[in-house]
Design a protein around this ligand. Structure first.
Ligand SMILES: [Zn+2]
Length: 67
């Protein structure tokens, strides 16, 4: 099963969900525009999304080992 990647809106900390990274860029960009009247360049949105996904992946990639 695929997990839906989630990022946080940098302005209001809402969860932004989409099927994949480019979907997240679209959804977050639209959210910023609709909810915050912010026209953020797509490149900036993409950087924000990929930075957040990297943290997310890093978290998942390292299973917590108690031993
Ligand atoms: Zn927001």
């Amino acid at each position: 099963m695929l997990e839906q990647p989630t990022v946080k809106c940098p302005s209001c900390q809402s969860d932004i969900q989409a099927a994949d990274e480019s979907g997240l860029v679209n959804v977050l960009q639209a959210h910023l525009y609709d909810e915050h009247a912010l026209e953020m360049p797509r490149e900036r949105v993409r950087e924000n999304v990929s930075a957040q996904l990297k943290e997310f992946d890093g978290y998942n990639a390292r299973p917590i080992s108690g031993a």
